[in-house]
Design a protein around this ligand. Structure first.
Ligand SMILES: Nc1ncnc2c1ncn2[C@@H]1O[C@H](COP(=O)(O)OP(=O)(O)O)[C@@H](O)[C@H]1O
Ligand SMILES: [Mg+2]
Length: 413
């Protein structure tokens, strides 16, 4: 990794994200394709990237924009973009300090808190499960009873299903309290009614308060608990157009209440058996992990290819970000960790790669490594990608992959 060669005329894009981000590479490539120079801000010094600046990314908005501005001392960025959720408050503070069109740091901080999201959705009149915010130390049982059972207990600021646990009764709720609180850093805990049904996600881009929908994903075979590993995402969605418009409407309404006005948004909903959408949560970032690589767009004028990251950077730089989705359907299966233990073998990976419709098998683990399952686990062993003419074809390919690939994990006592 190195910083792009300086070019006096080139736009300067600051990319902020964790040192071990899955997303930094794709954003660097997007910046290069736009001819922009790049400065990277990470949370820990990187042995291979002496040029990167580093800072601790705070979850709360800084009292003054000083610290964020100081990290960028001597630079005049044209855009500051967070590659991952942890850097959104920094990006907003640094962008504000540089006088850029970007989110207010308070809005970025609020968006990182599932409790404030619930309050925002309530103010916006968006359909969502009954919920209760329980302070550290207070009993979760009464809250679970109050919201209705089964319920879901979750920390306010974690991602990827960490610490999210379904409970069947009040005693269950009380019992999971210590673990959820430990993982969540002894913050307030969110208890909400479990919404049965399917799950979908919306990928959007805010520009001056207006939400542009980039993609809607179905999540077939969504988990029903007690933990909720990510499974498959397939786009385009097969939901009726009216429901998809409702997702966009609700996402925009929650963003407006939170004060989010610029940049990417990834929002999740459950769809009940009557086809109604229930808001789960959103994040002011693009889809996580390696998943974004499945999205492909075209510039409407001439069909030139555009990636999701290019659209995000174009919006941040104030450039037009016209986009039509590529033909056909695409999907990803995030390989789950069935239980905690040592990985002793990966079976079927070559077979999966040769399956019709499978375009890539990206494994991020090696044999011998310790893998941790949810609710504690915080990473995915890998991703399997598929493309096809329609979502059914993609689903068939990914379901075959899921039935073929096996991580053999020696359980821990
Ligand atoms: N109220 C709920 N009803 C049903 N499922 C839920 C509910 N809340 C969370 N889940 C499940 O847990 C997953 C993770 O919870 P989420 O709120 O999205 O937190 P995270 O930030 O960890 O993704 C969701 O994708 C969904 O499958
Ligand atoms: Mg989520």
């Amino acid at each position: 990794m190195s910083t792009a060669p300086p070019d006096d005329d080139a736009a300067l894009v600051v990319l902020a994200g964790p040192t071990d981000s899955y997303r930094l590479g794709a954003f660097r490539r997007a910046a290069a394709s736009l001819g922009a120079s790049v400065t990277v801000v990470v949370d820990r010094p990187h042995p291979l990237d002496g040029a990167a600046r580093h800072t601790e990314f705070a979850a709360a908005a800084p009292a003054a924009d000083g610290t964020a501005g100081d990290v960028l001392a001597g630079l005049r960025p044209d855009a500051v973009v967070a590659t991952d959720a942890v850097a959104t408050v920094f990006a907003a503070a640094a962008g504000t300090a540089a006088g850029l069109r970007c989110n207010h740091p308070d809005a970025a901080a609020a968006a990182g808190d599932k409790g404030l999201q619930r309050l925002a959705a309530r103010r916006a009149g968006v359909r969502q499960p009954e919920f209760s915010l329980v302070d550290d130390g207070d009993d979760l049982a009464p809250a679970a009873l109050a919201v209705g059972l089964p319920a879901v207990v979750k920390p306010l600021r974690l991602t990827a299903g960490r610490g999210v646990i379904r409970v069947e009764d009040p005693l269950d709720a009380r019992a999971v309290g210590p673990l959820v609180r430990e993982l969540g850093g002894h913050d307030t805990v969110l208890v909400e009614r479990f919404v049965p049904g399917g799950e979908v996600a919306l990928e959007g881009l805010l520009d001056d308060g207006r939400l542009h929908t980039l993609a809607v994903y179905d999540k077939p075979d969504a988990p029903q608990g007690p933990t909720f590993p990510e499974t498959m995402l397939i786009t385009p969605s097969l939901l009726p157009a009216t429901t998809q418009r409702r997702l966009a409407h609700d996402t925009a309404a929650v963003c407006a209440e939170l004060g989010l006005r610029h940049g990417p948004v990834h929002a999740e909903f459950r769809i009940d058996d009557r086809g109604r959408a229930w808001f789960l949560e959103l994040a002011a970032r693009t889809i996580g992990g390696r998943c974004a690589s499945m999205l492909r767009f075209h510039r409407p004028a001439d069909g030139a290819a555009r990636t999701l990251e290019e659209l995000v950077l174009r919006q941040a730089l104030g450039l037009e970000f016209g986009h039509t989705p590529a033909d056909g359907s695409a999907g990803v299966w995030m390989i789950p960790v069935a239980h905690t233990g040592r990985l002793v073998a990966i079976e079927g990976a070559d077979e999966v790669a040769a399956l019709p419709g499978i375009t890539e098998v990206a494994l991020d683990v090696v044999v011998g490594e310790r893998l941790e399952a949810l609710p504690r686990g915080d990473r995915y062993p890998g991703f399997v990608f598929a493309r096809g003419d329609d979502p059914a074809e993609v689903h068939t390919a990914l379901a075959k992959a899921a039935a073929t690939l096996r991580l053999v994990i020696e359980p821990e006592r």
